[in-house]
Design a protein around this ligand. Sequence first.
Ligand code: FMN
Length: 403
Amino acid sequence: MLEGKRILLGVSGSIAAYKAVELLRELIRRGAEVRCAMTGGAGRFVAPLTFQTLSRKPVLTDLYAQEEGGQIAHIAAAEGADLLVVAPATANTLARFAHGLADDFLTNLYLATRCPVLVAPAMDAEMWRHAATQANVATLRQRGVHFVGPASGELASGLTGPGRLAEPAEIAAAVEAILGRARDLAGRYLLMTAGPTYEPLDPVRFVGNRSSGRMGFALAEAAAARGARVTLVSGPTHLAPPAGVECVRVETTQEMYEAVLARAAEADAVIKAAAPADYRPSTVAPAKIKKGREVLSMELTPTPDILGELGRRKGAAVLVGFAAETEDLVANAREKLRKKNLDLVVANEVGAQGAGFGTDTNRVTLIGADGDAESLPLLSKQEVAHRVLDRVARLLAARPARP
Ligand SMILES: Cc1cc2nc3c(=O)[nH]c(=O)nc-3n(C[C@H](O)[C@H](O)[C@H](O)COP(=O)(O)O)c2cc1C
Protein backbone atom coordinates (compact mmCIF):
# COMPACT_ATOMS: atom_id res chain seq x y z
CA MET A 1 0.00 0.00 0.00
CA LEU A 2 1.08 3.58 -0.59
CA GLU A 3 -0.44 5.46 2.37
CA GLY A 4 1.39 8.71 3.07
CA LYS A 5 3.60 8.41 -0.04
CA ARG A 6 4.02 11.50 -2.20
CA ILE A 7 4.24 10.49 -5.84
CA LEU A 8 4.92 12.65 -8.87
CA LEU A 9 3.28 11.25 -12.01
CA GLY A 10 4.90 12.50 -15.23
CA VAL A 11 2.92 11.99 -18.43
CA SER A 12 4.45 12.47 -21.89
CA GLY A 13 3.03 12.59 -25.41
CA SER A 14 2.25 8.98 -26.29
CA ILE A 15 -0.98 7.57 -27.62
CA ALA A 16 -0.99 5.56 -24.35
CA ALA A 17 -1.37 8.77 -22.27
CA TYR A 18 -5.02 7.86 -21.58
CA LYS A 19 -3.80 4.84 -19.59
CA ALA A 20 -2.03 7.23 -17.20
CA VAL A 21 -5.50 8.27 -16.04
CA GLU A 22 -6.13 4.69 -14.85
CA LEU A 23 -2.66 4.62 -13.26
CA LEU A 24 -3.44 7.85 -11.38
CA ARG A 25 -6.65 6.31 -10.03
CA GLU A 26 -4.82 3.11 -9.09
CA LEU A 27 -2.13 5.04 -7.17
CA ILE A 28 -4.78 7.06 -5.34
CA ARG A 29 -6.72 3.86 -4.59
CA ARG A 30 -3.59 2.47 -2.97
CA GLY A 31 -3.37 5.52 -0.72
CA ALA A 32 -0.79 7.74 -2.47
CA GLU A 33 -0.93 11.51 -2.74
CA VAL A 34 -0.26 12.18 -6.43
CA ARG A 35 0.79 15.35 -8.23
CA CYS A 36 0.79 15.22 -12.03
CA ALA A 37 3.21 16.87 -14.45
CA MET A 38 2.49 16.78 -18.17
CA THR A 39 4.51 17.58 -21.27
CA GLY A 40 2.98 19.73 -23.99
CA GLY A 41 2.74 16.55 -26.10
CA ALA A 42 0.75 14.74 -23.39
CA GLY A 43 -1.72 17.62 -23.34
CA ARG A 44 -2.48 16.94 -27.01
CA PHE A 45 -3.78 13.48 -26.09
CA VAL A 46 -5.51 13.98 -22.72
CA ALA A 47 -6.60 17.29 -21.21
CA PRO A 48 -4.78 18.34 -18.00
CA LEU A 49 -8.24 18.94 -16.55
CA THR A 50 -8.77 15.14 -16.36
CA PHE A 51 -5.64 14.67 -14.22
CA GLN A 52 -6.40 17.80 -12.19
CA THR A 53 -9.90 16.64 -11.36
CA LEU A 54 -8.87 13.12 -10.35
CA SER A 55 -5.77 14.17 -8.38
CA ARG A 56 -7.54 17.22 -6.90
CA LYS A 57 -4.41 19.27 -7.55
CA PRO A 58 -3.34 21.67 -10.32
CA VAL A 59 -1.36 19.89 -13.00
CA LEU A 60 2.23 21.01 -13.48
CA THR A 61 2.71 21.96 -17.13
CA ASP A 62 4.13 25.45 -17.37
CA LEU A 63 7.75 25.85 -16.29
CA TYR A 64 7.33 29.61 -15.92
CA ALA A 65 3.98 29.67 -14.12
CA GLN A 66 3.92 31.48 -10.77
CA GLU A 67 3.54 29.14 -7.78
CA GLU A 68 1.73 30.50 -4.73
CA GLY A 69 4.20 31.89 -2.19
CA GLY A 70 6.73 32.78 -4.90
CA GLN A 71 8.38 29.33 -4.90
CA ILE A 72 10.00 27.89 -8.03
CA ALA A 73 7.43 25.25 -8.90
CA HIS A 74 9.64 22.47 -10.25
CA ILE A 75 12.05 22.74 -7.30
CA ALA A 76 9.20 22.84 -4.78
CA ALA A 77 7.51 19.82 -6.41
CA ALA A 78 10.78 17.84 -6.46
CA GLU A 79 11.38 18.39 -2.75
CA GLY A 80 9.82 15.85 -0.44
CA ALA A 81 8.63 13.54 -3.25
CA ASP A 82 9.03 9.83 -2.57
CA LEU A 83 9.02 8.76 -6.22
CA LEU A 84 8.75 10.16 -9.74
CA VAL A 85 6.95 7.78 -12.08
CA VAL A 86 6.85 8.68 -15.76
CA ALA A 87 4.12 6.78 -17.62
CA PRO A 88 3.94 6.75 -20.52
CA ALA A 89 7.52 7.80 -21.29
CA THR A 90 8.03 8.67 -24.96
CA ALA A 91 11.24 8.08 -26.91
CA ASN A 92 11.67 11.86 -26.84
CA THR A 93 11.34 12.15 -23.08
CA LEU A 94 13.73 9.21 -22.50
CA ALA A 95 16.26 10.96 -24.77
CA ARG A 96 15.85 14.25 -22.91
CA PHE A 97 16.32 12.53 -19.53
CA ALA A 98 19.38 10.62 -20.78
CA HIS A 99 21.01 13.78 -22.13
CA GLY A 100 20.08 16.09 -19.29
CA LEU A 101 17.91 18.44 -21.35
CA ALA A 102 15.75 20.78 -19.31
CA ASP A 103 13.32 22.34 -21.77
CA ASP A 104 9.96 21.86 -20.06
CA PHE A 105 8.45 21.26 -16.62
CA LEU A 106 8.89 17.47 -16.57
CA THR A 107 12.56 17.46 -17.62
CA ASN A 108 13.39 20.16 -15.05
CA LEU A 109 11.56 18.13 -12.41
CA TYR A 110 13.53 15.01 -13.37
CA LEU A 111 16.84 16.83 -13.01
CA ALA A 112 15.84 18.56 -9.78
CA THR A 113 14.55 15.57 -7.86
CA ARG A 114 16.67 13.21 -5.76
CA CYS A 115 13.92 10.64 -5.26
CA PRO A 116 13.89 7.27 -7.11
CA VAL A 117 12.61 7.44 -10.69
CA LEU A 118 10.47 4.77 -12.38
CA VAL A 119 9.89 4.95 -16.11
CA ALA A 120 7.27 3.07 -18.17
CA PRO A 121 8.14 3.48 -21.85
CA ALA A 122 5.51 3.31 -24.60
CA MET A 123 6.21 3.64 -28.29
CA ASP A 124 6.17 1.94 -31.65
CA ALA A 125 8.32 -1.23 -31.75
CA GLU A 126 10.82 0.24 -34.23
CA MET A 127 11.23 3.38 -32.10
CA TRP A 128 11.88 1.16 -29.06
CA ARG A 129 14.37 -1.02 -30.93
CA HIS A 130 16.26 1.96 -32.41
CA ALA A 131 19.88 2.10 -31.31
CA ALA A 132 19.42 5.68 -30.06
CA THR A 133 16.51 4.71 -27.80
CA GLN A 134 18.33 1.60 -26.55
CA ALA A 135 21.44 3.66 -25.76
CA ASN A 136 19.31 6.17 -23.84
CA VAL A 137 17.63 3.37 -21.89
CA ALA A 138 21.04 1.85 -21.06
CA THR A 139 22.32 5.25 -19.85
CA LEU A 140 19.30 5.76 -17.62
CA ARG A 141 19.49 2.21 -16.24
CA GLN A 142 23.14 2.73 -15.44
CA ARG A 143 22.19 5.87 -13.51
CA GLY A 144 19.75 3.89 -11.41
CA VAL A 145 16.46 4.71 -13.15
CA HIS A 146 13.99 1.83 -12.74
CA PHE A 147 12.05 0.54 -15.74
CA VAL A 148 8.75 -1.30 -15.99
CA GLY A 149 7.89 -2.69 -19.43
CA PRO A 150 7.43 -2.10 -22.25
CA ALA A 151 5.33 -5.17 -22.89
CA SER A 152 5.14 -6.96 -26.23
CA GLY A 153 1.86 -7.10 -28.06
CA GLU A 154 -0.44 -5.24 -30.40
CA LEU A 155 0.56 -1.59 -30.83
CA ALA A 156 -1.43 1.49 -31.82
CA SER A 157 0.27 1.39 -35.24
CA GLY A 158 -1.44 -1.96 -35.88
CA LEU A 159 1.90 -3.78 -35.71
CA THR A 160 2.88 -6.30 -33.05
CA GLY A 161 6.09 -6.09 -31.02
CA PRO A 162 7.70 -4.52 -27.95
CA GLY A 163 6.52 -1.02 -27.06
CA ARG A 164 3.17 -1.41 -25.26
CA LEU A 165 2.87 0.51 -22.02
CA ALA A 166 2.89 -1.87 -19.03
CA GLU A 167 -0.58 -2.27 -17.51
CA PRO A 168 -1.46 0.35 -14.84
CA ALA A 169 -1.71 -2.37 -12.13
CA GLU A 170 1.78 -3.61 -13.04
CA ILE A 171 3.19 -0.06 -12.88
CA ALA A 172 1.50 0.50 -9.51
CA ALA A 173 3.00 -2.78 -8.25
CA ALA A 174 6.45 -1.62 -9.39
CA VAL A 175 5.90 1.68 -7.51
CA GLU A 176 5.04 -0.27 -4.35
CA ALA A 177 8.05 -2.54 -4.75
CA ILE A 178 10.47 0.39 -5.13
CA LEU A 179 9.05 2.35 -2.21
CA GLY A 180 8.93 -0.74 -0.01
CA ARG A 181 12.58 -1.38 -0.75
CA ALA A 182 13.75 2.18 -0.04
CA ARG A 183 16.46 1.56 2.66
CA ASP A 184 15.69 -1.99 3.74
CA LEU A 185 19.36 -3.06 3.68
CA ALA A 186 20.67 -0.17 5.83
CA GLY A 187 23.15 -1.39 8.45
CA ARG A 188 23.92 -4.60 6.50
CA TYR A 189 27.23 -5.56 4.90
CA LEU A 190 26.90 -7.41 1.58
CA LEU A 191 29.78 -9.12 -0.15
CA MET A 192 29.33 -9.83 -3.86
CA THR A 193 31.28 -11.18 -6.77
CA ALA A 194 30.98 -10.44 -10.47
CA GLY A 195 32.49 -11.18 -13.85
CA PRO A 196 34.70 -13.91 -15.28
CA THR A 197 38.18 -14.90 -14.19
CA TYR A 198 41.21 -15.09 -16.46
CA GLU A 199 43.51 -18.08 -15.90
CA PRO A 200 46.90 -17.44 -17.50
CA LEU A 201 48.42 -19.82 -20.00
CA ASP A 202 51.48 -17.80 -20.85
CA PRO A 203 52.37 -14.09 -20.42
CA VAL A 204 49.88 -13.01 -23.13
CA ARG A 205 47.14 -15.67 -23.19
CA PHE A 206 44.49 -16.82 -20.74
CA VAL A 207 41.52 -19.18 -20.39
CA GLY A 208 38.38 -17.11 -19.71
CA ASN A 209 34.61 -17.11 -20.24
CA ARG A 210 31.86 -14.86 -21.60
CA SER A 211 30.58 -13.39 -18.32
CA SER A 212 30.26 -9.59 -18.67
CA GLY A 213 29.86 -8.85 -14.95
CA ARG A 214 26.62 -6.92 -15.52
CA MET A 215 24.49 -9.02 -13.19
CA GLY A 216 26.93 -8.69 -10.27
CA PHE A 217 27.41 -4.96 -10.85
CA ALA A 218 23.62 -4.47 -10.99
CA LEU A 219 23.32 -6.32 -7.66
CA ALA A 220 26.02 -4.18 -6.06
CA GLU A 221 24.42 -0.96 -7.28
CA ALA A 222 20.95 -2.00 -6.15
CA ALA A 223 22.18 -3.10 -2.71
CA ALA A 224 24.03 0.20 -2.21
CA ALA A 225 20.89 2.11 -3.24
CA ARG A 226 18.98 0.15 -0.58
CA GLY A 227 21.40 1.30 2.11
CA ALA A 228 23.84 -1.64 2.36
CA ARG A 229 27.60 -1.34 2.69
CA VAL A 230 28.84 -3.29 -0.31
CA THR A 231 32.13 -4.86 -1.36
CA LEU A 232 32.21 -6.13 -4.92
CA VAL A 233 34.99 -8.55 -5.80
CA SER A 234 35.16 -8.44 -9.57
CA GLY A 235 37.04 -10.35 -12.23
CA PRO A 236 38.14 -8.47 -15.38
CA THR A 237 35.25 -6.38 -16.82
CA HIS A 238 34.89 -3.05 -18.60
CA LEU A 239 32.27 -1.83 -16.12
CA ALA A 240 32.79 1.19 -13.86
CA PRO A 241 32.23 0.46 -10.15
CA PRO A 242 28.83 1.72 -8.93
CA ALA A 243 28.93 4.83 -6.73
CA GLY A 244 29.48 4.08 -3.05
CA VAL A 245 30.59 0.47 -3.64
CA GLU A 246 34.04 -0.78 -2.62
CA CYS A 247 35.36 -2.60 -5.68
CA VAL A 248 38.21 -5.13 -5.39
CA ARG A 249 39.59 -6.14 -8.78
CA VAL A 250 41.01 -9.64 -9.20
CA GLU A 251 42.05 -11.74 -12.16
CA THR A 252 42.13 -15.45 -11.27
CA THR A 253 39.83 -17.76 -9.31
CA GLN A 254 42.56 -18.16 -6.68
CA GLU A 255 42.67 -14.34 -6.21
CA MET A 256 38.87 -14.19 -6.05
CA TYR A 257 38.86 -17.00 -3.47
CA GLU A 258 41.33 -15.13 -1.27
CA ALA A 259 39.54 -11.78 -1.59
CA VAL A 260 36.13 -13.31 -0.77
CA LEU A 261 37.26 -15.57 2.08
CA ALA A 262 39.15 -12.68 3.72
CA ARG A 263 35.89 -10.72 4.01
CA ALA A 264 33.19 -13.40 4.29
CA ALA A 265 33.18 -13.71 8.09
CA GLU A 266 32.15 -10.05 8.39
CA ALA A 267 29.34 -10.20 5.82
CA ASP A 268 25.61 -10.40 6.52
CA ALA A 269 25.10 -11.87 3.06
CA VAL A 270 27.38 -13.17 0.32
CA ILE A 271 26.03 -13.14 -3.23
CA LYS A 272 28.16 -14.97 -5.77
CA ALA A 273 27.20 -13.77 -9.25
CA ALA A 274 30.67 -14.26 -10.73
CA ALA A 275 31.56 -17.02 -13.17
CA PRO A 276 35.01 -18.04 -11.91
CA ALA A 277 36.87 -20.68 -13.92
CA ASP A 278 36.59 -24.20 -12.46
CA TYR A 279 39.93 -25.17 -13.99
CA ARG A 280 43.19 -23.39 -14.75
CA PRO A 281 46.10 -24.42 -16.98
CA SER A 282 48.33 -26.68 -14.83
CA THR A 283 51.44 -24.85 -15.90
CA VAL A 284 51.94 -21.26 -16.98
CA ALA A 285 54.62 -20.97 -19.67
CA PRO A 286 57.21 -18.35 -18.65
CA ALA A 287 57.47 -17.08 -22.26
CA LYS A 288 54.90 -16.76 -25.05
CA ILE A 289 54.11 -20.20 -26.50
CA LYS A 290 55.32 -20.27 -30.13
CA LYS A 291 53.27 -21.77 -32.93
CA GLY A 292 54.66 -24.59 -35.08
CA ARG A 293 53.63 -27.74 -33.25
CA GLU A 294 51.03 -29.92 -35.00
CA VAL A 295 48.96 -30.52 -31.85
CA LEU A 296 49.23 -28.57 -28.64
CA SER A 297 47.43 -29.98 -25.63
CA MET A 298 46.75 -28.29 -22.35
CA GLU A 299 46.42 -29.94 -18.95
CA LEU A 300 43.95 -28.35 -16.53
CA THR A 301 43.92 -28.36 -12.74
CA PRO A 302 40.81 -27.63 -10.60
CA THR A 303 40.67 -24.17 -9.03
CA PRO A 304 39.42 -23.64 -5.45
CA ASP A 305 35.62 -23.93 -5.05
CA ILE A 306 34.71 -20.52 -3.56
CA LEU A 307 31.04 -21.21 -3.02
CA GLY A 308 31.72 -24.71 -1.69
CA GLU A 309 34.15 -23.32 0.87
CA LEU A 310 31.70 -20.58 1.90
CA GLY A 311 29.03 -23.27 2.36
CA ARG A 312 31.36 -25.39 4.49
CA ARG A 313 32.33 -22.44 6.73
CA LYS A 314 28.78 -21.13 6.81
CA GLY A 315 27.87 -19.08 9.84
CA ALA A 316 24.95 -16.69 10.14
CA ALA A 317 25.44 -15.07 6.70
CA VAL A 318 22.85 -15.52 3.97
CA LEU A 319 24.51 -17.35 1.09
CA VAL A 320 23.29 -16.85 -2.48
CA GLY A 321 24.69 -18.61 -5.53
CA PHE A 322 24.01 -18.42 -9.26
CA ALA A 323 23.56 -21.50 -11.41
CA ALA A 324 24.06 -21.03 -15.13
CA GLU A 325 22.71 -24.16 -16.74
CA THR A 326 22.17 -25.30 -20.29
CA GLU A 327 19.77 -28.15 -19.36
CA ASP A 328 17.57 -29.40 -16.47
CA LEU A 329 17.65 -25.91 -14.98
CA VAL A 330 15.61 -26.38 -11.80
CA ALA A 331 16.86 -29.89 -10.93
CA ASN A 332 20.52 -28.91 -11.37
CA ALA A 333 20.04 -25.67 -9.44
CA ARG A 334 18.35 -27.50 -6.53
CA GLU A 335 21.26 -29.92 -6.45
CA LYS A 336 23.73 -26.99 -6.30
CA LEU A 337 21.73 -25.37 -3.49
CA ARG A 338 21.85 -28.57 -1.45
CA LYS A 339 25.47 -29.46 -2.14
CA LYS A 340 26.82 -25.99 -1.43
CA ASN A 341 24.61 -25.31 1.59
CA LEU A 342 23.01 -22.19 0.03
CA ASP A 343 19.99 -20.18 1.20
CA LEU A 344 19.01 -19.14 -2.31
CA VAL A 345 20.05 -20.05 -5.81
CA VAL A 346 19.42 -17.86 -8.85
CA ALA A 347 19.16 -20.20 -11.82
CA ASN A 348 19.31 -19.06 -15.40
CA GLU A 349 19.32 -20.91 -18.65
CA VAL A 350 22.37 -19.86 -20.61
CA GLY A 351 21.53 -19.55 -24.28
CA ALA A 352 17.84 -18.67 -23.72
CA GLN A 353 16.89 -15.50 -25.64
CA GLY A 354 17.64 -12.31 -23.70
CA ALA A 355 19.10 -14.24 -20.75
CA GLY A 356 22.56 -14.99 -19.42
CA PHE A 357 25.94 -13.64 -20.42
CA GLY A 358 26.44 -10.28 -22.15
CA THR A 359 22.76 -9.22 -22.25
CA ASP A 360 20.99 -6.34 -20.43
CA THR A 361 18.13 -8.62 -19.47
CA ASN A 362 17.83 -11.91 -17.66
CA ARG A 363 15.21 -14.59 -17.09
CA VAL A 364 15.83 -16.40 -13.83
CA THR A 365 14.22 -18.83 -11.43
CA LEU A 366 14.74 -18.21 -7.69
CA ILE A 367 14.98 -21.37 -5.62
CA GLY A 368 14.96 -21.14 -1.82
CA ALA A 369 16.23 -23.60 0.76
CA ASP A 370 12.67 -25.00 1.04
CA GLY A 371 13.01 -26.03 -2.63
CA ASP A 372 10.25 -23.69 -3.78
CA ALA A 373 10.93 -22.38 -7.35
CA GLU A 374 9.78 -18.87 -8.37
CA SER A 375 10.14 -18.25 -12.13
CA LEU A 376 10.46 -14.57 -13.01
CA PRO A 377 9.61 -13.13 -16.44
CA LEU A 378 12.26 -11.56 -18.71
CA LEU A 379 13.42 -8.53 -16.71
CA SER A 380 16.23 -5.98 -16.81
CA LYS A 381 19.27 -7.10 -14.82
CA GLN A 382 18.55 -4.16 -12.47
CA GLU A 383 15.08 -5.51 -11.73
CA VAL A 384 16.39 -9.06 -11.35
CA ALA A 385 18.93 -7.64 -8.86
CA HIS A 386 16.11 -6.05 -6.84
CA ARG A 387 14.05 -9.25 -6.88
CA VAL A 388 17.06 -11.21 -5.57
CA LEU A 389 17.65 -8.54 -2.91
CA ASP A 390 13.95 -8.66 -1.93
CA ARG A 391 14.52 -12.33 -1.02
CA VAL A 392 17.84 -11.56 0.73
CA ALA A 393 16.18 -8.73 2.71
CA ARG A 394 13.44 -11.15 3.83
CA LEU A 395 15.99 -13.76 4.91
CA LEU A 396 18.00 -11.09 6.76
CA ALA A 397 14.91 -9.69 8.49
CA ALA A 398 14.65 -13.02 10.28
CA ARG A 399 18.24 -12.61 11.58
CA PRO A 400 19.44 -9.88 13.93
CA ALA A 401 21.67 -7.06 12.53
CA ARG A 402 25.27 -7.15 13.70
CA PRO A 403 26.25 -4.57 16.29
C1 FMN B 1 -0.84 9.95 -32.85
C2 FMN B 1 0.53 10.00 -32.24
C3 FMN B 1 0.92 9.02 -31.35
C4 FMN B 1 2.19 9.03 -30.79
N1 FMN B 1 2.54 8.04 -29.90
C5 FMN B 1 3.79 8.02 -29.42
C6 FMN B 1 4.19 6.98 -28.53
O1 FMN B 1 3.43 6.09 -28.16
N2 FMN B 1 5.46 6.99 -28.07
C7 FMN B 1 6.37 7.95 -28.45
O2 FMN B 1 7.53 7.86 -28.03
N3 FMN B 1 6.00 8.95 -29.26
C8 FMN B 1 4.76 9.01 -29.75
N4 FMN B 1 4.40 10.03 -30.60
C9 FMN B 1 5.38 11.07 -30.91
C10 FMN B 1 5.52 12.07 -29.76
O3 FMN B 1 4.27 12.67 -29.49
C11 FMN B 1 6.58 13.09 -30.10
O4 FMN B 1 7.85 12.46 -30.20
C12 FMN B 1 6.66 14.22 -29.10
O5 FMN B 1 7.75 15.07 -29.46
C13 FMN B 1 6.84 13.73 -27.69
O6 FMN B 1 7.06 14.83 -26.80
P1 FMN B 1 7.12 14.67 -25.23
O7 FMN B 1 8.10 13.59 -24.95
O8 FMN B 1 7.61 16.01 -24.77
O9 FMN B 1 5.75 14.41 -24.76
C14 FMN B 1 3.12 10.05 -31.15
C15 FMN B 1 2.70 11.05 -32.01
C16 FMN B 1 1.46 11.02 -32.57
C17 FMN B 1 1.06 12.12 -33.54
